[in-house]
Design a protein around this ligand. Structure first.
Ligand SMILES: *[C@@H]1O[C@H](CO)[C@@H](O)[C@H](O)[C@H]1NC(C)=O
Ligand SMILES: *[C@@H]1O[C@H](CO)[C@@H](O)[C@H](O)[C@H]1NC(C)=O
Ligand SMILES: *[C@@H]1O[C@H](CO)[C@@H](O)[C@H](O)[C@H]1NC(C)=O
Ligand SMILES: *[C@@H]1O[C@H](CO)[C@@H](O)[C@H](O)[C@H]1NC(C)=O
Length: 386
């Protein structure tokens, strides 16, 4: 019996000591937490105009530390390399280096250097935080946002042009520079499409049906509109949930197809930016058209009842006459709205298109040799391609 008593006493002592320790620790933790709260609130108070908002920090930068000419940021969305780099290289050769910057979103880990690119302007212009993009899915919008966010870090970037890896310029640099800088509006294709049924009722109320828009993904933005896209935290999550591409018909899936083909179909990159801008009441600050010409294959749409398909320009399609026809287009008709958009920048009539897609290498070679982006020197081409 006597042997047993010390044990409980010891246990009780240990327990009591344990409780004291816990209480002491709790007090200490509370104290540190209060201390941290105090200091962090002091910190944010001292930098209060931009508190923690990256958006405000950016505007601050762009107002205070921006000297020199405003730049166009060329933002390339690439699958891998840029196959038309020889044409773009020649285009940038005829520019002032102080007037532009280049950013490329490519497959994660892909590096632009001597071995992958024929233009030194592209070396190391890839984003370091690029993501895997699935064409036609919302990862495409996220890649666009990454490009815009990175380009916004340079306060000199005042215009932001989104381009694909098959896009070509239809003019030399100085023409495109004057065209874009001469307008304080963004160029965003945006129209109502009542028939397509891509709006999902569950998007309401965050995205009201009346604000649903459609338009080309290939946009050109002024700085404040680029910020709206990068700072959006409301519309993008809704798109991720309710705007998804229906998988294409796959006969190997048999009966599963019946179910799959009933799924709601939505192409995020054709709706996101125009819808976001309509929701932010920015349509009055836009030229509601794209600067990038696309030739559509209407017969393909009629035949297999699918979406329109862009036609790829080959060498034979890129004749001077055909290119001139594209450059001479001065208005666009929006059938679903009975709206004719006369192409203007800053109230002056201008050609509608500065860029075109989709161009093969042969077609791009022809543009180059015809001096579309600048005076053509055969020797420079040989140097570029060797
Ligand atoms: C650029 O193109 C425009 C219009 O096509 C032309 O008038 C101008 O001379 C060209 N500028 C240069 C530097 O080649
Ligand atoms: C570069 O920018 C300056 C200032 O905006 C402008 O005067 C000049 O014409 C631009 N150069 C080209 C090649 O566009
Ligand atoms: C637009 O045109 C007006 C009048 O010609 C001019 O004063 C203004 O500077 C132009 N805006 C831009 C952004 O070039
Ligand atoms: C248009 O699509 C049809 C059917 O898919 C195809 O046969 C034709 O070659 C296409 N035309 C062009 C110019 O690509």
């Amino acid at each position: 019996m006597t042997k047993k008593t010390p044990a409980p006493v010891l246990v009780r002592h240990v327990i009591w000591f344990g409780w004291k320790l816990v209480i002491l620790l709790s007090f200490a933790l509370c104290f540190f937490a209060l201390l941290r709260l105090h200091f962090s609130s002091e910190n944010s108070a001292s930098s209060s105009p931009n508190s923690f908002s990256p958006a405000r920090a950016r505007s601050q930068i762009s107002r205070d530390n921006f000297h020199g000419p405003p730049k166009i940021a060329f933002l390339f969305l690439a699958r891998l390399n840029l196959p038309l780099d020889f044409l773009w290289g020649s285009f940038f050769e005829n520019a002032d280096v102080a007037n532009f910057s280049i950013y490329i979103h490519s497959a994660p880990g892909f590096v632009f250097d001597e071995s992958t690119s024929r233009s030194h302007f592209l070396y190391n212009r890839q984003l370091t935080d690029s993501i895997q993009v699935v064409w036609g899915e919302s990862s495409m919008i996220e890649a666009e946002r990454l490009l815009l966010a990175t380009a916004l870090e340079d306060p000199a970037n005042q215009r932001f042009v989104l381009l694909s890896d098959s896009c070509v310029p239809l003019y030399n640099f100085s023409y495109i520079y004057r065209y874009l800088m001469g307008s304080s509006r963004s160029f965003v294709d945006s129209f109502l499409d009542v028939k397509d049924g891509r709006y999902h009722p569950k998007m309401s109320p965050l995205i009201p049906k009346g604000k649903w828009r459609k338009g080309s993904q290939w946009i050109s933005l002024v700085r404040s509109h680029a910020e709206v896209i990068v700072d959006d935290e409301i519309v993008l999550p809704v798109f991720k949930n309710f705007c998804k591409r229906r998988p294409p018909l796959d006969t190997s899936k048999g009966k599963l197809n019946i179910k799959l083909q009933k799924q709601h179909n939505c192409i995020p990159d054709e709706h996101y930016v125009p819808t976001l801008f309509a929701m932010n009441d920015l349509e009055g600050e836009l030229e509601r058209r794209t600067l990038t010409y696309t030739m559509w294959n209407l017969s393909a749409a009629k035949m297999d009842n699918r979406a329109w398909h862009p036609v790829t320009f080959n060498y034979a399609d890129a004749s001077p006459i055909r290119i001139k026809e594209i450059k001479d287009i001065n208005h666009v008709y929006y059938e679903s709205e009975f709206r004719t958009e006369w192409c203007r920048t800053n109230s002056t009539c201008v050609p509608c298109f500065l860029f075109a897609r989709k161009f093969s290498r042969g077609a791009a070679m022809r543009l180059l040799s015809e001096g579309v982006v600048g005076p053509f020197e055969a020797s420079s081409l040989l140097g570029n391609l060797s």
